[in-house]
Design a protein around this ligand. Sequence first.
Ligand code: NAG
Ligand code: NAG
Ligand code: NAG
Ligand code: NAG
Ligand code: NAG
Ligand code: NAG
Ligand code: NAG
Ligand code: NAG
Ligand code: NAG
Ligand code: NAG
Length: 600
Amino acid sequence: MATCRLSLLPLFLLSLLPFSNCHLHRFKFTTSQLLASNANNSFSPTTFFEVTKPIPLPKTQPCSHLLLQHDFAYTYSKPPVTSSYTPPSCLARSPSRIVLEWHATCQGRQFDRIFGVWLGGVELLRSCTAEPRPNGIVWTVQKDVTKYTSLFYQNATFAVYLGNLVDSTYTGVYHVNVTVQFYFDQSSRDRWYGQHHVPAFSSPADLVLPISRTLPLNDGLWFPIQNSTDIQSKMVSIPSNTYRAVVEVYVSFHSDDEFWYTNPPDDYISQNNITGLPGNGAFREVTLRLDGNVVGAVWPFTVIYTGGINPLLWRPITGIGSFNLPSYDIEITPFLGKLLDGKPHKFGFGVTNSLDVWFVDANLHLWLDQKSQNTRGSLIKYDAPEYVPSVVSKFRGLDGKFKIEADRIISSAGWVESSYGKITSYFAQELHFLNLMRFKDNGTQQWVNQTIHALSSTYAKDLHTVVYTEQLEQYFPLNLYTGTADQVGDSYSFVSKVLLGFDQKRIIGEKGGLGFRFGSLTNLQTAQGNMKVKGNLVTSGVGSTQEVYKYEGTDGCYFRNVSSSNYTVLFDKSEDSCTKIGRWGVLNKSVPGRTFALGD
Ligand SMILES: *[C@@H]1O[C@H](CO)[C@@H](O)[C@H](O)[C@H]1NC(C)=O
Ligand SMILES: *[C@@H]1O[C@H](CO)[C@@H](O)[C@H](O)[C@H]1NC(C)=O
Ligand SMILES: *[C@@H]1O[C@H](CO)[C@@H](O)[C@H](O)[C@H]1NC(C)=O
Ligand SMILES: *[C@@H]1O[C@H](CO)[C@@H](O)[C@H](O)[C@H]1NC(C)=O
Ligand SMILES: *[C@@H]1O[C@H](CO)[C@@H](O)[C@H](O)[C@H]1NC(C)=O
Ligand SMILES: *[C@@H]1O[C@H](CO)[C@@H](O)[C@H](O)[C@H]1NC(C)=O
Ligand SMILES: *[C@@H]1O[C@H](CO)[C@@H](O)[C@H](O)[C@H]1NC(C)=O
Ligand SMILES: *[C@@H]1O[C@H](CO)[C@@H](O)[C@H](O)[C@H]1NC(C)=O
Ligand SMILES: *[C@@H]1O[C@H](CO)[C@@H](O)[C@H](O)[C@H]1NC(C)=O
Ligand SMILES: *[C@@H]1O[C@H](CO)[C@@H](O)[C@H](O)[C@H]1NC(C)=O
C-alpha cells in the first residue's frame, strides 16, 4: 500500500523484473480497465464495509460537527490537509461518547492508500482507502474516540494525510467528509469516575500528548522507519501531577514490508541470486523506547489492505482492521518516577528487521491528580531480556521450508504517590510468534502459516487492596497460500487463499469506576480468489470472502456471519442479543495472561 515512493516503485519495477522475482512476492494490484469495463456503469455505487461491532450509543440526538470536507486528488508529497478545530458550543456539557466518522466516495481506478487523521498532533485514526470501481464506491468508518475526550476541549489543528496519485491511468479522486459526533448521557459518564477517593482508570485520560512529527510536513505526522537501525524519537515532558501514563502506538507497514510475513530469509534470496524481492525473514517487532530502554513491544496484527494479495477478495467486505487499524497500549506508569522530574524525556520507536517503510507514531495518555500539584514515584524493577528469534531454513534452489519462532517477556513495576495514596503498578507483556513458510514447484507456490499470541497485564494496588487489574490476550492467526502459473511475459494467473483472524479477550477489574467487566471477540475471515494479472493490473478474476464475527461481553453481544463473492453479498446475518448468541463462553475459560505474585 501506498505512498508513492512506495507504490509507484513496484509499478515500474514489476514490468522489468523477471518472473522469478515478482511472482513470489508482489501481491499489490489494482483492477485494469478491461475488468473495469465489464462492470455495468448504470449500477449504483458499491458500498464497502469492514465487519465490526456497532458502537453502543445513547438514544439521544448527537451534536454533529464537520471537521473537514476535501477532495483528495494529487496529494502525495503535499502537506496534510488541515482545518482549524474550535470546540463546538454543545461541549458546554460533557459528552459520554464521541464518534469520529469518515465518509468517502470515489470513482474510477486507484490503488489503496494509507491515511492518518490527527487532532493537535494526536492520531485519531489510521486507515486505508477502498479501491474504487467505474460505477463508484462509497464507504464509512465510524470510530469510538471517547478516549481522546480531552482533546476536543481545545483549539487545535485537525489534519489528514492521504497520499494519493492521480494521472490518466489512476483516476480515482477520494471525496471525503470527516465529522465528529458528541453524545450526551449523564448516567454513563458518572460511572466512569465512580467513587472520588479511588483513582479513575477507565475514564478518558485528562491529557493526551502527541508523540508524532510536528507540522509543517509534506507527509503524514507519523515517523517513517526505514530499517532495523532506524530509531525515530521525540522529546516529551509531562505534567508534575501525573498518576497514570499509557502509550498508545499506531503502526502500519508498506512497500517492501507490506507483506513482511511472507518475506523469506536473506540467504534464500542471495543464494538464488534474486533481485528486487524483499527479505529480512518474516518476523517484525515494533519497540517503544523510553530514554533508550525498550519498555514495551508491539508484535503487530497482519492488516491486509484493500489491494493486498488479490484485491477482488476485499470487495465489498474489507480485510480485518483495514478501515480502522488497531492501536496497541503500553502501560508506562511504573516509569513515572523517572518522568516526573519536569524535564523532557525521549520516546523512541524502532522496528526489528524492518525494511522500508513502517509508519509509527503514538499518543501519550495521562491521568492527572486534580488534588495535588506534584505526584512522586519510583521504579521498583524493570526487565526486558534480550531474545533471539530462532530461524530454521531448509531449501534447495527456490523450493524449501522455513520456521521462525520468537518469544519475549517485558515487565516493569513501580509506585506513584498521589492524593489517592501510594499505588504500586505492574505491567507485563508476554509475546509468542511462529511463522512456517514453504515454497514449492520452483518457487511458484508459497504457503505461510503464522500465529502471534500476545498477553499483557496491568495490575495496580494500594497499601491494602487491588485498585485495578486488566488482562488482555490477543491471538492473530494467518494462513496464506499463493500460486502463480501460465507465465507469458508479464502476464500470469494467480490463485490465493487467505485465513485471517483477530481474537481478543479483555478482563478488567476496577475498585471504582465501572467495576468488573470483560469482552471476548473472535473474528475470522477466509477468502479465496483467482485472477489474471498483467503487470500489476488485474485483468480478470473473482474473489470470495466469508467472515464470522462474534463478540460477547458485559457491555453486550454481537454476532455477524457474512459472505461475498464477485462484489455481491451472498448472505449477511447479524444478531445483537446476548441470549440468542450467548453461551458466555469466556466466563468458563481460565483468565488469560500472566499472573503476578502479589506484593512488591
Ligand atoms: C526455476 O526458476 C528459475 C528462475 O525463474 C529458472 O531459471 C529455472 O529454469 C526454473 N527451473 C525449472 C526446473 O523450471
Ligand atoms: C445494468 O444494470 C441495470 C440496473 O440493474 C440494468 O437495468 C441494465 O439492464 C444493466 N445493463 C447491462 C448491459 O447489463
Ligand atoms: C459532504 O457533505 C456535503 C455537505 O453536506 C455533501 O454535499 C457531500 O455530498 C458530502 N460528501 C461526501 C463524500 O459524503
Ligand atoms: C479558540 O478559537 C476561537 C476561534 O478562533 C477563539 O475565539 C478562542 O479565543 C480560542 N480559544 C482559545 C483558548 O485560544
Ligand atoms: C537506516 O535508515 C536511516 C534513516 O533513513 C539511514 O540514515 C541509515 O543510513 C539506514 N541504515 C542502513 C544500514 O541502511
Ligand atoms: C548465483 O550467482 C553465483 C555467482 O555468479 C553463481 O555461482 C551461482 O551459481 C548462482 N546461483 C544460482 C542459483 O543461479
Ligand atoms: C498450514 O496450515 C494448513 C492447515 O492447518 C496445513 O494444511 C499446511 O500444511 C500448513 N502449512 C505450513 C507451511 O505449515
Ligand atoms: C454462517 O452462515 C452459513 C450459511 O448460512 C452457514 O453455513 C454457517 O454455518 C454459518 N456460520 C456460523 C458460525 O454460524
Ligand atoms: C462476476 O459478475 C459479473 C457481473 O457483475 C459477471 O459478468 C461475471 O461473469 C461474474 N464472474 C464470475 C466468475 O462469476
Ligand atoms: C464449564 O465448562 C465445563 C466443562 O467444559 C462444564 O461442565 C460446565 O457446565 C461449564 N459451566 C458453565 C457455568 O457453563
